[in-house]
Design a protein around this ligand. Structure first.
Ligand code: NAP
Length: 248
């Protein structure tokens, strides 16, 4: 993938947080980037402008990843505007934390539908084109909670563990078509998602992180950049934890 041909990537949840840094980084890597977001239109327009100012091309489309039809039209719009997609990154995700005993059914559903169905919907929409072209790289964003579990996050952890099984199956199924599928499982990263954490949770997390700091979204984007590039041409079905050592 490291030539001068125009290359196209899609990123779900690209308007903020980790997804936003992935959009910026892939644009710097030479991709034209289509990204989707759910509601924050202003953030999306700002990001398009920022990429343009850096000499790249990005197109933000409002689409709900939990809705298959919405994702299909996002992918269609990106392909019509930018060209065939060769890299897909699923970063759209939400949390609705509660102990299982108090978990409202709607919060279970919302998290599974956004995080797990969302990854399915985007991968399902791009995989045929990748198979036809015999090339593609998919990176699904999971979480260390999906590997180890986390109290009050049974819904979130289930969705993120599901992403791992899904991605490994995809890797086995599509490797023969030159498609790679990998998982990035972050620990605590500074974004709006972790800004919502209470002081006590943040302090406990810092005490448990070997590097004694939260990660930066750019650090996750750097790993994603590696995984979509030819530098990782023999890497597939792998789960990369990027967590400052919180799990050791
Ligand atoms: P964030 O700052 O809250 O950003 C979430 C992004 O996802 C926003 O662009 C949001 O768009 C979009 N989004 C949410 N629901 C969507 C939907 N239904 N359809 C389309 N887009 C949707 O989150 P983040 O911290 O960057 O997290 C990104 C990913 O990394 C998530 O999958 C998360 O689970 C995972 N992760 C994060 C951490 C962490 O510490 N931050 C740790 C482990 C894993 P709008 O702004 O328009 O709503």
């Amino acid at each position: 993938m490291e030539n001068n041909e125009p290359r196209v990537a899609v990123v779900s949840g690209g308007s903020r947080g980790i997804g936003r840094e992935v959009v910026l980084r892939l644009a710097q890597d030479g991709f034209d980037v289509g990204f989707c977001y759910r509601s924050d239109e202003e953030a999306a327009r700002r990001l398009e402008k920022e990429v343009q100012e850096q000499g790249g091309k990005a197109r933000g489309v409002r689409a709900d990843v939990a809705d298959g039809a919405s994702v299909r039209s996002f992918v269609e719009e990106v392909e019509n505007a930018l060209g065939p997609i060769e890299a897909a990154v699923t970063s759209a995700g939400i949390t609705r934390d509660n102990p299982l005993l108090l978990m409202p059914d709607e919060d279970w559903d919302a998290v599974l539908r956004t995080n797990l169905d969302g990854a399915y919907n985007l991968c399902r929409s791009v995989v045929f084109g990748m198979m036809k072209r015999k090339s593609g790289s998919i990176v699904n964003i999971s979480s260390v909670a999906g590997v180890y579990g986390n109290p009050t996050q049974s819904n979130y952890a289930a969705s993120k563990a599901g992403i791992i099984g899904f991605s490994r199956s995809l890797a086995k199924e599509t490797g023969r078509y030159g498609i790679r599928a990998n998982v990035v499982a972050p620990g605590f990263i500074e974004t709006d998602m972790t800004a919502a954490l209470g002081e006590q949770v943040r302090k406990r997390a810092l005490d448990a992180i070997a590097l004694r700091r939260l990660g930066r979204a750019e650090e996750v984007a750097d790993l994603v950049s590696y995984l979509v590039s030819a530098r990782s041409s023999y890497v597939t079905g792998a789960v990369f934890q990027i967590d400052g050592g919180i799990t050791i």
